[in-house]
Design a protein around this ligand. Structure first.
Ligand code: NI
Length: 172
């Protein structure tokens, strides 16, 4: 089932999320809904707070080549446990901040630990777009948006545009 994606500015996008302590069918179905919502948008990553659920859960699939098999990932309590000194800059966007893009510099490679939908723990090294995406999504769980990396003026400009967009949408 597709869910509504919250748009910035929204207080729920600024809150730290609680760890998942027990895997339930409800959480599994929430994760499935998040994947469906992400693919539909379309996007390459989505964090639970973006649909108003303040739990540490993200989904992503950074496979862009249509000829390649999709790799839907569901990650509970994801955590960066090591970061490379080498940095990488990508032009980032966010489903909660539509049509706004900006360069963000982050560690190029990260080791991430998480729990899958069956409760099993995994650790994997992510590189390139996957590394950027997983860091962007984990930031959401700490109430942090990619625009928080930008200079204040640029951030305020984007936030003003978004507030205007939300007023227009509310009038429709
Ligand atoms: Ni985002």
């Amino acid at each position: 089932m597709k869910r509504n994606i919250l748009l910035h500015p929204d207080p729920r996008l600024k809150k730290p999320c609680a760890p998942v302590t027990e895997m339930t069918d409800e959480l599994r179905s929430l994760a499935d809904d998040m994947l469906a919502t992400m693919y539909d948008a379309p996007g390459i990553g989505l964090a639970a707070p973006q649909i108003g659920v303040l739990n540490r859960l993200i989904v992503m699939d950074c496979v862009k080549d249509e000829a390649e098999a999709p790799r839907p990932m569901i990650m509970f309590n994801p955590e960066v446990i090591a970061s490379s000194d080498e940095l990488n800059t990508y032009e980032e966007g966010c489903l909660s901040i539509p049509d706004q893009y900006a360069d963000v510099t982050r560690p190029a490679d990260v080791d991430v630990r998480w729990i899958d939908r069956d409760g099993n723990e995994h650790t994997e090294t992510f590189t390139k777009l996957w590394a950027t995406c997983v860091q962007h999504e984990i930031d959401h769980l700490d109430g942090k948006l990619f625009i928080d990396y930008l200079k204040p003026l640029r951030r305020q400009m984007i936030t003003r545009k978004m507030a205007k967009l939300k007023r227009e949408l509310a009038r429709e």
